[in-house]
Design a protein around this ligand. Sequence first.
Ligand code: UDP
Length: 253
Amino acid sequence: MARRKKLYEGKAKVLYEGPEPGTLVQYFKDDATAFNAEKKDVIEGKGVLNNRLSEFFMKGLTQIGVPNHFIKRLNMREQLIRAVEIVPLEVIVRNYAAGSMAKRLGMEEGTPLPRPIVEFSYKDDALGDPLVPEEYIIAFGWASQQDMDDIVALALRVNDYMSGVMYGVGIKLIDFKIEVGRVFEGDYQRLIVADEISPDSCRLWDIETGQKLDKDVFRRDLGSLADAYTEVAKRLGVLPSNVTHAPKPTLIN
Ligand code: UDP
């Protein structure tokens, strides 16, 4: 295939020009970063796993009518997606206290919340993605009130879907982040789920043991990240038989 034009490179993914207008190619890298990229590593096989897992979740969302950017997987690391105008927010849904919420409020991680809580951070690495109230979002014009109502509804549908899918394989969905993008159809704009849904952007705990199966394994040095993601992929039945993070073949003399 001809070399494609790179449009954007982020911490975990690269976006290339797509084959048709309105499409992009999303490439999943093996790079892992945490704490606003202060901690970095290359985790062999992570990109392949996240490509498959994001495909699995986005296809499931499509099946239950939750609009999203996924079109089709192209190969081990790439998928074809719809080009969107990203809303500059990280939309976080929490079912149990963890991470920054647990810290901020002095709560024990894993405490169930009275109901799912949706919160927003402004996407700006230089500022460390600060938590922002809805009032700021509307006042600064990052999204309208109607957009925010749609975004909350989308986020809660994703939460119900993801919680159910995970519960079915013995995993508790503690919290997750999605990004949302605008697509324009004639005079109308629609908001759809974009970016990725993978263990990089969720907290996933084994129901029985509480074992962490998400990026906290990397953030907190709890063991092999690739093993954790492989476990999630295996339980969901999405691990292609020929893909593991096994070491590269070595030459036998
Ligand atoms: N999250 C993410 N990207 C970010 C920040 C958070 O994907 O830049 C996810 C994170 O993996 C977790 C949820 O959003 O599943 C809530 O994260 P939190 O606010 O607790 O922040 P953290 O403790 O990860 O800094």
